[in-house]
Design a protein. Structure first.
Length: 355
């Protein structure tokens, strides 16, 4: 096999840093609280393998209909994909011309928006969140000439849900000028704050969802793009022919059944209660400066000596998430696990000194 190097790849990819997913970063420990996964394992289920010799067709039909029922939409407004990340990628590719168009994001936020833009050679305008992690509406309105606006709601990694009036203000502002994408990966933890009802009034609004978080199906990696006819027409021109493998479609249909939705809601209630207990206890530790309010299945905390906190966690076999954004350099994000998991985190951090 030849080991000669070549320079056939697109030149702009040479210095691109891949998105640092939890699994790519890795770690050494036995308690993984770094990827915002559900702590609840799933039972084996019987799979229908009779059609595995055919290309899958459940995604375009049954899965769309099932998710539409769950979300209160029509099946034509739903596109099932290989995770929410594929939706983000498709939107950037469909609406941003290389070296000409730009996206807008509000950092610190989910890193895939910028990564997808960089791959597409689209520009990135970062309008930082305000000091209280809310949107800086005046600064957002001052930005011109962007094609796609990404808003993560609730936001990862800060954990806060964005005020609905701020979200709608941004959506109205960009009408006729840019696509506004609201990433609702964690919306099951505050469903009353969803922007899905706004789809009926704004044809430039797109909502991105996933089954990886509250539904506990990170390993299946099924996401959804929710939008009106104009956006869907564009997406169907560039989406892969068979975006959802049949086993994934079967698991998604089970999750979106009445039984599956009831189970998800019960687990969300349990995780939210544990999140609040953990956040309150964490805030009382002398080594903790601040615990951000969370409307998700994770908690982000700032430490007086973050390196010492990190070493204490590693020594206890706990893998959490350090955050690369400069504003969160002293912060660690903790996925909410079981009560025993979170008690173990508190014990590991209990001896950190205060002032």
């Amino acid at each position: 096999m030849s080991t000669a190097k070549h320079d056939l790849a697109c030149p702009h990819l040479a210095d691109l840093t891949p998105y640092q997913s939890a699994r790519r970063i890795g770690g050494s420990g036995d308690l993984w609280l770094n990827a915002n996964e559900s702590p609840f394992p799933r039972e084996p289920m019987t799979m229908d393998v009779s059609e595995y010799h055919r290309y899958p067709d459940r995604g375009p039909g049954e899965v769309h209909a099932a998710y539409a029922r769950y979300a209160g939409l029509e099946p034509a407004q739903v596109l099932a994909l290989r995770g929410a990340d594929e939706a983000i990628d498709l939107l950037v590719r469909g609406y941003c011309r290389a070296r000409r168009d730009r996206i807008l994001l509000c950092g610190p936020t989910y890193g895939m928006y910028e990564s997808c833009a960089q791959v597409q050679e689209a520009g990135v305008v970062d309008v930082p969140l305000a000091a209280d992690d809310s949107l800086d509406l005046d600064a957002i309105r001052a930005v011109e000439d962007v094609r796609v606006v990404f808003l993560c709601h609730p936001n990862n990694p800060t954990g806060n849900a964005l005020p609905c009036e701020e979200l709608e203000a941004v959506i109205r502002h960009f009408a006729g000028r840019a696509l506004v994408v609201v990433d609702e990966a964690y919306i099951e933890f505050c469903p009353e704050r969803s922007t899905v009802p706004l789809l009926a009034r704004h044809d430039h609004l797109v909502v991105v969802r996933t089954l990886s978080k509250a539904f506990g199906l990170a390993g299946v990696h099924v996401g959804f793009l929710l939008a009106g006819a104009a956006v869907m027409d564009t997406m169907r021109k560039i989406v892969a022919p068979y975006p959802l493998a049949d086993p994934c479609a079967q698991i998604a249909l089970h999750a979106l059944s009445g039984e599956g939705i009831a189970r998800m809601r019960a687990e969300v209630e349990q995780l939210a209660a544990e999140r609040d207990r953990f956040a309150e206890a964490l805030a009382r530790l002398p080594g903790v400066v601040e615990v951000r309010p969370s409307a998700t299945n994770f908690v982000t905390a700032t430490f007086r000596a973050v390196d010492s906190a990190w070493e204490a966690l590693l020594a206890a076999g706990i893998i959490a998430r350090r955050l690369p954004h400069p504003r969160l350099a002293d912060a660690i994000r903790f996925t909410i696990g079981t009560a025993a998991d979170m008690a173990r985190v508190l014990q590991a951090l209990a001896d950190l000194p205060g002032r």
